[in-house]
Design a protein around this ligand. Structure first.
Ligand SMILES: Cc1ncc(COP(=O)(O)O)c(C=O)c1O
Length: 391
């Protein structure tokens, strides 16, 4: 059966047993199932970085638990390890360690804190499939991890979620949960297959901005499976049809892509090194690459003085830029209280969100296209901010 074969190929890539892998319609469903399998109850607290995607606190809140937002280190965009202990209470159960833009959190000190207070660590590897921490593959160090194979991720099956469970004694719980979920419907499978076809055959960088507008409109209308389903951005209530396992079409696409995944990562590294070199020439801090991790460069972030104007300029020049993490709970811009976020305590994360832009690194961007993007940056260098202290 194709899903079993897909699990085996992911397990081989991660050097783990196939029964440690379970598959979901999206990464967020994987996170929800991990929390459930860890027996998270109403009132329990989950520590997470205040620089994430809104679907992360949503998954926590669907279980009645509380997201406890924590400041980030602005050089890594990951949780500030020194802030974690201040957030621990008698109700804390989990620390979520995110791989923002593909860079692993500094896991060893986080695991040490978790050990000291008897907490579990979950790795949010939504951006980090293929990266590593101190030679350990992302996802293999904590109790459990989830990966996203959504559009724009280094390993994409249209949309999709993969869970890696590392704690042997509780493995049966996640596997039992996966069995309880329903499979995607025939229509889900067909719609996703159509979207994958369109993206592969029709979408090129030259129509990026028009395609993005159409994509956002269609996903808000619930016509396609976009970054978020209709309703997910309006409240922290679980949308109908949320709890689904992996689809056959995801397995088929994933099996086709796993063989070329390493060269995809090399391409991203190559483009990232071109961007870093250009930023250094412009006296702008390049993306921080600590010794402890191998970055996947799912996106290449930098800061600008005026995000809206810069994106407009990019659109006019047909430069495919993005604004991932435009808020502490991307892409939410108001009603933060619905996700229990007291925004006033996170001025730095909010500011970074308002100034961040990201460059593409995916295989649709040739080196020639990367140089066109670099020339655009050079022509508009007056917009660039040299580092986060200057925001
Ligand atoms: C940091 C982070 N975690 C989790 C997710 C959820 O992944 P998915 O879209 O596969 O549900 C995302 C989505 O992009 C994300 O950015």
């Amino acid at each position: 059966m194709i899903l079993k074969k897909y699990k085996k190929s992911i397990a081989e890539y991660l050097d783990v047993d196939a029964n440690q892998i379970s598959l979901y319609w999206r990464g967020r469903v994987g996170l929800y199932c991990i929390l459930k399998a860890l027996d998270i109850q109403p009132g329990d607290e989950v520590i997470l970085p205040a620089f994430t995607c809104v679907v992360v606190p949503s998954a926590i809140k669907y279980l009645g638990a509380a997201p406890i937002y924590t400041s980030i280190d602005p050089t890594t965009y990951n949780i500030d390890v020194h802030q974690i202990e201040n957030k621990i209470t008698a109700k804390t159960k989990i620390i979520l360690a995110q791989n923002t833009f593909g860079l692993s959190s500094d896991l060893d000190p986080i695991l040490e804190i978790a050990n000291k207070y008897n907490l579990k660590v979950i790795e949010d590897c939504a951006h980090g499939f293929g990266g590593s921490y101190k030679g350990r593959k992302n996802g293999t160090s904590a109790t459990a991890a989830f990966f996203s194979s959504q559009w724009n991720k280094p390993f994409s099956t249209g949309i999709g979620g993969i869970v890696l469970w590392n704690e042997k004694e509780s493995l049966h719980k996640i596997n039992a949960l996966e069995k309880q979920l329903s499979s995607p419907t025939f229509k889900d499978e067909q719609m996703l297959a159509l979207q994958i076809f369109i993206r592969k055959n029709i979408l090129t960088p030259s129509i990026y901005w028009n395609a993005l507008k159409l994509y956002r409109w269609a996903s808000q209308k619930g016509l396609i499976s976009g970054s978020s389903d209709a309703g997910e951005l309006d409240s922290a209530k679980m949308p109908s049809g949320y709890l689904k396992t992996g689809a056959k079409i995801q397995a088929k696409v994933g099996l086709n892509k796993i063989g070329s995944f390493q060269s995809n990562l090399e391409h991203r590294k190559k483009l990232a090194s071109l961007y870093s070199e250009a930023f250094k020439q412009l006296n702008i801090s390049p993306v921080f690459q600590p010794d402890y991790a191998v970055h996947t460069f799912t996106k290449y972030p930098f800061l600008v003085k005026n995000q809206i104007q810069f994106l407009e300029l990019a659109q006019k020049n047909n430069i495919p830029l993005g604004d991932w993490m435009n808020s502490p709970i991307h892409p939410i811009q108001d009603n933060y209280h619905l996700w229990d976020l007291a925004i006033k305590y996170f001025p730095l994360e909010t500011k970074i969100g308002k100034h961040i832009i990201n460059l593409p690194t995916d295989t649709s961007i040739s080196e020639e296209e990367a140089f066109r993007i670099i020339n655009f940056l050079k022509r508009n260098k007056s917009f660039l901010i040299s580092n986060w202290q200057d925001i």
